[in-house]
Design a protein around this ligand. Structure first.
Ligand code: KIV
Length: 290
């Protein structure tokens, strides 16, 4: 309830997606995101996994659609993102690409598609761009992936980094607790962020780290930071779209604000439909052919 009140206040006086889009038709590019940071314009990002949702989010003016490996949890029903394959991300990125016209599409590199060797990482990133139609790729990690990042950026593949609570390392972390609270962890994240920027990354996702740390990284870097559970000091924000629309019920971290209760609304609609079929009031004459 509290979050719905906050949302109503925060959208008060703002334009709807349609009106926003009439004035902001230009396709979003990585350069544009850096310009948005320079102009202190916040970057709006959400995940997307199919053409239907991509079209709705794109029409509503979302700047970046991330084909996240969260598809493993959200769509495939896995406990973690670990089982997601490169073929899965290619399939979903193609679908998102067909639905979107303005948003920048970022394809997530799944576990083990970039860790083995920079050559392999480079080839796989190339497939996401060439076969799937991504505008950029994202990968998790800092200094340990900078060689792969440099290879990609030198060849014209835009790369988004991802630091903090990186879900592909969940088996190493052992828990989903925030990262970077301890001084040494905070320093490591800060150094990783600098290393990614030096390697040519165009943006960095900061996940579940303390707000002051995220704000310091954001003011130190010239490339934008995109926060998820990293506070308001980031240059943009991202959420998994099924969380912010209330489609998922069993995932309730404090950083998720629910803007809708679609789980309840869909359940009510389907219950009504089932009632009408069983009561033989659907279909009626007008819904039938003679
Ligand atoms: O896979 C994903 O959806 C992500 C975002 C939550 C940043 O990595």
């Amino acid at each position: 309830m509290e979050s719905q009140q906050q949302s109503a206040q925060s959208t008060d006086g703002l334009q709807s997606g349609g009106a926003y889009m009439q004035q902001n038709q230009r396709a979003v590019t990585t350069l544009r995101l850096v310009e948005m940071k320079q102009k202190a314009q916040k970057i709006v990002c959400l995940t997307a996994y199919d053409a239907l949702i991509a079209r709705i989010l794109d029409d509503a003016g979302v700047d970046v659609l991330l084909v996240g490996d969260s598809v493993g949890n959200v769509v495939q029903g896995h406990e973690t993102t670990i089982p997601v394959t490169l073929e899965d991300i290619i399939y979903h990125t193609k679908a998102v690409k067909r639905g979107a016209s303005r948003s920048l599409i970022v394809a997530d590199m799944p576990f083990m598609s970039y860790q083995v060797h920079p050559d392999e990482a480079f080839r796989n990133a190339g497939r996401l761009m060439k076969e799937a139609g991504a505008g950029a790729v994202k990968l998790e990690g800092g200094q340990r992936v900078v060689e792969a990042v440099s290879r990609m950026t030198a060849a014209g593949i835009p790369v988004m980094g991802h630091l903090g609570l990186t879900p592909q390392s969940i088996n190493q972390f052992g828990s989903y607790r925030p990262r970077g609270r301890a001084r040494d962890e905070a320093e490591e994240i800060m150094n990783d962020a600098k290393a990614l920027e030096e390697a040519g990354a165009f943006a960095i996702v900061l996940e579940k780290i303390p707000s002051p740390l995220a704000a310091s990284i954001s003011s130190l870097l010239t490339i934008p930071t995109i926060g998820i559970g990293a506070g308001a000091g980031c240059d943009g924000q991202i959420l998994v779209y099924t969380d912010m629309l209330g489609l998922t019920l069993d995932f309730n971290p404090r950083f998720v604000r629910r803007y809708e209760s679609l789980h309840e609304r869909i359940t009510a609609a389907v219950t009504n439909y089932a009632h009408d079929v069983r009561a033989e009031v659907f279909p009626n004459e007008n819904e039938s052919y003679q």
